[in-house]
Design a protein around this ligand. Structure first.
Ligand code: 8YV
Length: 317
């Protein structure tokens, strides 16, 4: 037996992370259906776990790993990680707070794509409709419009900074108002939507957060409005979204995330007014490399110095 620290690999991880950590740690692949069973006696020895936001770390998994000290998440979403249970057990949770720029960039791209009919224009050219003498459809202007940001966290702030360069009028809604920004704060999502041409969802996922964007919010956005989601699919009433897109209650939507990924509602796939992405807002070579490094360095640092580099603050109770 080796005296290397043993880690559980929960869900798929990037090869570079596995490769780097394998040199210093003993890694055990875990079956999500049966964490303890798939680890056997090693479950008692696991001191670190690698997971990702979409899988997270439940209290049950923590209980199956009695010696667990640290969990690294490949991403920033915390909604599937039980932070209260982690705190009670003294387990440190780390994220990869290096992806905000890319997510903000993607929000701009999606909004502009829907407004200016970029992807649908591309489809139209490829289908030979231009060559056949067709007249391209007009888009909506992006610059100078009213942007509403739902969630003024780190992504929201970086998005706002980008939208300022497009001379947009920026307002936001956040249950916790940001004292350090001077954008107009609206008291509810619905009121923000009513005053927006583009509504961007950049809010954190939960736990226990219901629909941040419901049928009323989408109705308030109105027939000229465009909705963009780079947060989580389940923060939106997806049935209502399908309804408003297909009935023209809103002008269109740019979506990177869905309620039941990788499944996208058929009505959205068939709609010309939406741009659909496969949850890639943070997926650039640069950011993925930074995220890899973040996971590797957190694990190394914890087991060599007893300190994580990017720990999530313990929840306030
Ligand atoms: C990742 C994300 O694509 O950070 C998050 O919460 O959703 C994305 O950055 C995802 O976590 C990859 O596992």
């Amino acid at each position: 037996t080796s005296d290397k620290v043993e880690l559980a690999v929960i869900g798929r991880q990037r090869p570079a992370v596995i490769e780097a950590l394998s040199a210093e740690f003993t890694l055990h692949e875990v079956s999500l259906d049966d964490v303890a069973g798939s680890l056997g006696p090693a479950a008692e020895r696991i001191r670190g776990a690698l997971s990702n936001p979409m899988i997270g770390l439940s209290a049950a998994t923590m209980d199956a790993l009695p010696k667990l000290e640290i969990t690294t998440l490949f991403g920033v979403g915390l909604e599937r990680t039980d932070l209260v249970a982690a705190r009670e057990r003294g387990i440190v949770v780390t994220t990869t707070p290096v992806l905000y720029e890319d997510v903000a960039d993607t929000a701009v791209v999606l909004a502009m794509d829907v407004a200016r009919k970029i992807t649908s224009g591309d489809r139209w050219v490829r289908a030979g409709k231009w060559a056949a003498g067709g007249q391209a459809a007009s888009g909506k202007r992006f610059s100078g419009k009213r942007a509403g940001i739902l969630g003024m966290g780190r992504i929201g702030r970086m998005l706002a900074k980008r939208l300022e360069a497009f001379d947009m009028e920026i307002a936001y809604y956040d249950p916790r108002p940001a004292p350090d920004v001077d954008y107009t704060l609206h008291p509810t999502s619905v009121e923000l939507a009513r005053e927006s041409d583009f509504l961007f969802l950049c809010a954190a996922g939960g736990p226990g957060v219901g629909h941040v964007v419901d049928a009323d919010t989408l109705a308030a956005l109105g027939p000229e409005g465009i909705f963009v989601n780079v947060a989580r699919g389940w923060l939106v009433d997806e049935a209502a979204l399908v309804d408003v897109v297909t009935t023209g209650t809103i002008a269109g939507a740019g979506l990177d995330v869905f309620s039941d990924e990788p499944n996208v509602p058929a009505a959205l796939v068939e709609s010309e007014n939406v741009v659909l992405l496969p949850h890639i807002a943070s997926n650039t070579f640069e950011t993925r490399d930074d995220m890899d490094r973040c996971v590797i360095e957190n694990m190394r640092s914890w087991f060599s110095t007893g300190k994580a580099i990017t720990p999530v603050p313990a929840p306030v109770q």
